[in-house]
Design a protein around this ligand. Sequence first.
Ligand SMILES: [Zn+2]
Ligand SMILES: [Zn+2]
Ligand SMILES: [Zn+2]
Length: 255
Amino acid sequence: MRVTVLGCGTSSGVPMIGCRCAVCTSDDPRNKRRRCAIAVQSDDTTILIDTPPELRLQCVEAGIDRIDAVLYTHAHADHVNGLDDLRGFNVVQNKSLDAIADAGVLERIKSRFDYAFQPRDPKGRWWRPCLNPVQMDGPFMVGDILVRPIVQQHGRSPSWGFRIGNFAYSPDVNGFPPESFEALEGLDVWMIDCLRDKPHPSHAHVDMTMGWIERLKPKRAILTHMSHELDFSELEARLADGIEPAVDGMVIELS
Ligand SMILES: [Zn+2]
Ligand SMILES: [Zn+2]
Ligand SMILES: [Zn+2]
């Protein structure tokens, strides 16, 4: 199994429009962060998690040519608004795609992108993305990959992380109920929200993330959803062994 980081930036992306800070103007490519998404792949199956605004570029550059399903963590714009680019997969694969999410998340996405959930054009053309809404309710399979949803607190609304084997993806979170902490035990790799140093009402800041890592002790922790307040090399230098900032395009091999 393999995980590709398609984006590890917060909702504004990095660099931000109109910002001339040291990170936004940095020459370090590791400070260029698109909005958050990952692809999880086995030999036979590819799962896309979220459809951020730069989805086309992210998939083209990472060589993601086909997907078996898209999963949604939640319905915030930075995780959803590249949904139109899914049409490219409809065309290549010549079929509609399963969009898997919690019932409330599905409703919010459908209300904004109703045209993507219409029956397929009778002549078989792909004028618009074509998605089958699939409501998740506990663990589920996509191809040969078992996915376990993990509920998270994300400000005033919930979001969902996903555990796949001993890998878990937990973006957009500022708290976990006790059962979610239990579901995150024994990880080899944990990709976890880490927005910035200052506290935030709906995201984990550095100290909060480090506290969770200390508690759960994954073998490797990879920080994501980072803002322009975190410079890659400065952050990397102060992290303990086994903890690192994500970089767009990075590939993590899972055993
Ligand atoms: Zn987000
Ligand atoms: Zn900036
Ligand atoms: Zn969010």
